[in-house]
Design a protein. Sequence first.
Length: 120
Amino acid sequence: MFDIQLGVIESRFADMIWEHEPVSSSELVKLAEKEFGWKRTTTHTVIKRLCEKGLFVNQKGTVTSILSREQFYARQSRQFVEDSFGGSLPAFIAAFTQGGSISSQEAAKIRKMIDEAEDK
C-alpha cells in the first residue's frame, strides 16, 4: 500500500523540487522565500519532512528525488482508485464520466493507453 500524504503546500513545494532538481537546499530556501514567504528554518523543516516521507533525499545539501513526480502521482492515483472504488478502474471511469463527456481525442488516448497496458 502506498501511503504518502501531502498537504497542498507540501505538494507545491515538492513540485518545486521536482522542477529544479538536483537542487541545493540553499537554492530551495531562496525559492521558498520568494514563492511562500518562508524563512530558512521553515524550508529546512519541510525538506526534512518530505525526505522522511520517502520522496526525496538530501545528501550534503543537494536535494534529489527518490520518486519522480510521475511515479508519485501514478501511485497516488492507483491508491485513490483502490480506496474509493475498490480497485475497480471501470467504476472509476464510470464515476468520472457520469454527467459529462470526454472528447474523441481523449477517448483515443485512453484506448491507446489501455492497448499498451494490455501488452505488458
